[in-house]
Design a protein around this ligand. Structure first.
Ligand code: NAD
Ligand code: IPM
Ligand code: MN
Length: 356
C-alpha cells in the first residue's frame, strides 16, 4: 500500500499528538510493509502567524489532492479577540465544508484498565461502546444570515436543515447501527424547534428502510443525562452539528478523558481524521498530553481511507496493551501514581506494535 497523507498539526498540543500519531503510523508501515508519504501543512493559528490566513489556499489544495488528512488541533488564545474569519477555528469549519465532510463519527468506549479512572462508577461505565454520529456541515455553524448588529447590541445565527441534509447523515447512522448492535437514538429538541421536528420526521421516515434497526428519539437535555447515567445503553447516537459537539465532549469525560476520543469526518472523496479534543493551550509543549485520541484517529484513517482494518485493529490493540501494562498519561493516571509523558506512552505503543 502506498498512500499520501496530509498532516495538519495546527496549534497547542496539536503538533505533539500529531507526532505521536505519526510514530504509530511508521510502526504500522514497518510491520505491515506499507509506505505512506506524509506532508505537513499549515492550519489555524500556526497558519495565521505565518501567512495571515487561517486556511492557506496551498493547504486546502494539498488536502484536496491527498488520500487522507490528519489534523492535530486548532485554537490559540492569541486570536481569541479576532473577528470570526481571522480565528484559527474558522479554518477547521472551512476545510470541513470544502471537503464535503458532513458525517462526523466519534466513537467512545471504555478502554481496558480505565473502567475506574473516570468520574463514573466502574459498574456504570462497564460495557460502554457508543458512536456519536454528528452532522458536520450544517446547522447553526454555517446557517445564514448570521452576524453581530452594527450597534453591537444584538447578534443572530440561523439554524436550518434540509430534508436532504438530514437524510444523508441519518443514512450513515442507520448503516452503522445495522453493523453494530442494531440500536439508533436520534437526538433533537423537537419539543421546541421546528428544525428538530423536521429532523425527527425525516429520520422516522428513513427507518422504514432499516427494519432491523431499533430507532428511538430523545430530547437533547434528556440524552445528555442518559449519557452520564447509563452510557452503556447507547449504541449509535445521531444528532445535528451543535448538539453533537457538546455530547461528544461529554462522552469523552464519561470515558475518563477527552484526550481518549478519536474522530473521522467523511462525506466525499477525502476523509479528515482528528482527535475530538482541542489545542489544550494550558498543557501545550509540556509532553503531558494524552495521545490516544490522535493515535486512534490514525487508526480510523487507515481503516476508512485505505481499507486497512487489520492495521487499525493492531493500533487499537497496541494502545490496549500499553494501558494494560499500567502506563497512564496525567489526565488518566490514578492519584499518587507517576504519569507517563506523551513521548514515553508513544514509545510504548510503537514498541507494542513492533513486537507483535
Ligand atoms: P480542549 O479540548 O482544548 O481542552 C479541554 C480540556 O481537556 C482542558 O482541560 C485540556 O487540558 C483537556 N485536554 C484536551 N485534550 C487533552 C489531551 N489530549 N490530553 C490531556 N488533556 C486534554 O478545549 P478548550 O480548552 O475549550 O479549547 C482550547 C482551544 O481549542 C480553543 O481555541 C478551541 O476553540 C480549540 N478547539 C479545537 C478543536 C479542534 O481542533 N478540533 C476542538 C475543540 C476545541
Ligand atoms: C470540535 C471543535 C470544533 C467544533 C471547533 C474548534 C470549531 O470543538 O471539533 O469538536 O465546534 O466543531
Ligand atoms: Mn468540540
Amino acid at each position: 500500500m502506498n498512500g499520501h497523507i496530509v498532516l495538519l498539526p495546527g496549534d497547542g498540543i496539536g503538533p505533539e499528538v500529531t507526532t505521536a500519531a505519526c510514530a504509530v503510523l511508521h510502526a504500522v508501515e514497518a510491520r505491515f510493509g506499507h509506505t505512506f508519504h506524509t506532508a505537513p501543512h499549515l492550519i489555524g493559528g500556526a497558519a495565521l502567524r505565518a501567512t495571515q490566513v487561517p486556511l492557506p489556499d496551498e493547504t486546502l489544495q494539498a488536502a484536496t489532492a491527498a488520500d487522507a488528512v490528519f489534523l492535530g488541533a486548532v485554537g490559540d488564545p492569541a486570536f481569541d479577540q479576532a473577528p470570526p474569519g481571522k480565528r484559527p477555528e474558522s479554518a477547521l469549519l472551512a476545510i470541513r465544508k470544502a471537503l464535503g465532510l458532513y458525517a462526523n463519527l466519534r466513537p467512545a468506549r471504555v478502554w481496558s484498565g480505565l473502567e475506574a479512572s473516570g468520574p463514573l462508577k466502574p459498574s456504570v461505565l462497564a460495557g460502554t461502546d457508543l458512536m456519536v454520529v454528528r452532522e458536520l456541515t450544517g446547522g447553526l455553524y454555517y446557517g445564514e444570515p448570521r452576524g453581530l448588529a452594527a450597534d453591537g447590541q444584538s447578534a443572530h445565527n440561523t439554524l436550518r436543515y434540509s430534508v436532504d441534509e438530514i437524510t444523508r447523515i441519518a443514512r450513515v447512522a442507520f448503516d452503522l447501527a445495522r453493523r453494530r448492535r442494531g440500536r439508533l437514538v436520534s437526538v433533537d429538541k423537537a419539543n421546541v424547534l421546528e428544525v428538530s421536528q423536521l429532523w425527527r420526521r425525516t429520520v422516522q421516515q428513513l427507518a422504514t428502510e432499516y427494519p432491523e434497526v431499533v430507532l428511538t428519539h430523545e430530547y437533547v437535555d434528556s440524552a445528555a443525562m442518559k449519557l452520564a447515567l447509563a452510557p452503556s445503553t447507547i449504541d449509535v447516537l445521531l444528532t445535528e452539528n451543535l448538539f453533537g459537539d457538546i455530547l461528544s465532549d461529554e462522552a469523552g469525560a464519561v470515558c475518563g478523558s477527552l484526550g481518549l476520543l478519536p474522530s473521522a469526518s467523511l462525506g466525499a472523496k477525502v476523509g479528515l481524521f482528528e482527535p475530538v479534543h482541542g489545542s489544550a493551550p494550558t498543557i501545550a509543549g509540556r509532553d503531558i498530553a494524552n495521545p490516544i485520541g490522535a493515535m486512534a484517529s490514525m487508526a480510523m484513517l487507515l481503516e476508512h481511507s485505505f481499507g486497512l482494518a487489520s492495521e487499525a485493529a493492531a493500533i487499537t490493540q497496541a494502545i490496549d496493551d500499553t494501558l494494560s501494562a499500567g502506563l497512564r498519561t496525567a489526565d488518566i493516571a490514578d492519584p499518587g501514581t507517576t504519569p507517563a509523558a506523551t513521548s514515553q506512552f508513544t514509545a510504548a505503543v510503537t514498541a507494542a506494535l513492533s513486537r507483535a
